[in-house]
Design a protein around this ligand. Structure first.
Ligand SMILES: Cc1ncc(COP(=O)(O)O)c(C=O)c1O
Length: 415
């Protein structure tokens, strides 16, 4: 695939934070712009101005579905958005958080009244965790939180033990945003279905980075997010398997198959559709392998220069672009502060001035020192070998500069 020049500027810090958000691909910008100018019409309008936006919206749904090995209705887009024709559906939303809210709240409230249980796991994104808490608080749902092991993996036996015929929905992510750990989604979905429960998969991080097939995974509901796959922020989608019933999230004029009312943002839908096409081309062209090799080169550079001090958080079963490591003797924040030429993130969340260890790493059983040392380095479409080498040099230099910690002098208070 011909990849256009990087939208990143020469001389800026090396961008290794693609799991936080990706740059927007220039081809995505080009595809969406006409719908901010001459193609401004409302896709529901019966007159000429509605025609092109309506067709673009239908095409975008098919493009997003195709990335997931699925089809939404006929090639001309004349399907029933509410799934009445037995087709899978793509529901555009304003964020991944919104898609997760729609999936979980929608599934619980539409379930047979006897099914009041939701099962999820400890390292989900807050968009799932907080939704589950709200379903408990507002709708009396019983929530079961499955643990993960040291690699960040859910044990299917734990799900099997938790499931019963009162379970409405099980939600387990495809890939973790901090470690990239890939959950055994197909096995978990099969277990959920054995008990008549729906299975939701938050694939915000996995979509576009690894091949995904919604049916093969057994996902009744699957979330993907534009700004993690080279589209702008503010657009995401929920893939809804044919026949799955959900309570709407936004009531109103019936857009998005009645699940999310509001005049459609055609430009952003087109952006997500285009990003999905580009992601499929990238995967077919070996993009994941290329990024994986660069990620491993970065890991090698760090371990060779800092022997015995670099510890992988997570496991080999992970996204090809993600490297989460803790370096002995430094905190992740101190390391990144001392390496301003690298834009990456720590595994920790900073709340009102106190740096807390990442709940994801803590749930994996890592102690506070190890969790506070974590840095997440996530590569992307325009990352080069030169970028990786530059970032490695900066991080190694920073670790050496901070090394008094390793010898126990002076900086221990920073850990
Ligand atoms: C796994 C996962 N789920 C959901 C989200 C939320 O997406 P959004 O920021 O579009 O709400 C993110 C974003 O960080 C994510 O990494």
């Amino acid at each position: 695939m011909h990849v256009p020049a990087s939208p990143l500027r020469d001389g800026d810090p090396v961008y290794l934070d693609h799991n936080a958000t990706t740059p927007v691909d220039p081809r995505v910008v080009k595809a969406m712009l006409p719908f901010l100018t001459s193609g401004f019409g409302n896709p529901s309008s019966g007159h000429a101005y509605g025609t092109a936006p309506r067709a673009a919206l239908a095409r975008a749904r098919r493009q997003v579905a195709a990335l997931l090995g699925s089809r939404t209705g006929e090639p001309d887009g004349t399907h029933e958005p509410d799934g009445a024709d037995g087709a899978d559906r793509i529901v555009f939303t304003g964020s991944g958080s919104e898609a997760n809210n729609l999936a979980l709240r929608g599934a619980l409230l539409a379930a047979d009244g006897r099914r009041r249980r939701v099962i999820t796991q400890a390292t989900e994104h807050p968009a799932v965790l907080e939704t589950c808490r709200a379903l408990h608080r507002l709708h009396g749902a019983e929530v079961t939180w499955l643990p993960v092991d040291r690699r960040g993996l859910v044990d299917p036996a734990d799900l099997a033990a938790a499931l019963d015929d009162r379970t409405a929905v099980v939600s387990v992510m495809a890939a973790n945003n901090e470690t990239g750990t890939l959950q055994p989604v197909a096995d978990l979905a099969r277990l959920a279905h054995d008990h008549g429960a729906l299975f939701h998969c938050d694939a915000a991080q996995a979509a576009g980075k690894i091949p995904l097939d919604a049916r093969a995974l057994g996902a009744d509901l699957l979330t993907l997010v534009g700004h993690k796959m080279y589209a702008p922020k503010g657009v995401a989608a929920l893939h809804v398997r044919a026949g799955v019933r959900l309570e709407p999230l936004v009531y109103g004029g019936g857009q998005e198959g009645g699940l999310r009312a509001g005049t459609e943002n055609v430009a952003l839908a087109v952006a997500l559709g285009t990003a999905a096409v580009l992601a499929a081309e990238d995967l077919a062209g070996g993009g994941a392998r290329r990024v994986g090799e660069l990620r491993d080169r970065l890991h090698r550079r760090l371990t060779e220069a800092l022997p015995g001090r670099v510890h992988l958080n997570g496991c080999d079963r992970r996204l090809p672009n993600t490297l989460n490591v803790s370096i002995d003797g430094v905190t992740g924040q101190a390391l990144l502060d001392a390496a301003p030429g690298v834009a990456a993130s720590t595994g920790s969340a900073c709340h009102s001035g106190t740096t807390a260890p990442s709940p994801v790493l803590s749930a994996m059983g890592l102690d506070d020192t190890r969790a506070l040392a974590a840095v997440r380095l996530s590569l992307g479409r325009w990352t080069t070998a030169a970028d990786v080498d530059r970032a490695a040099r900066a991080l190694i230099g920073a670790a050496h500069a901070l090394t008094p910690v390793a010898s126990g002098a002076g900086r221990a208070a920073r850990l």
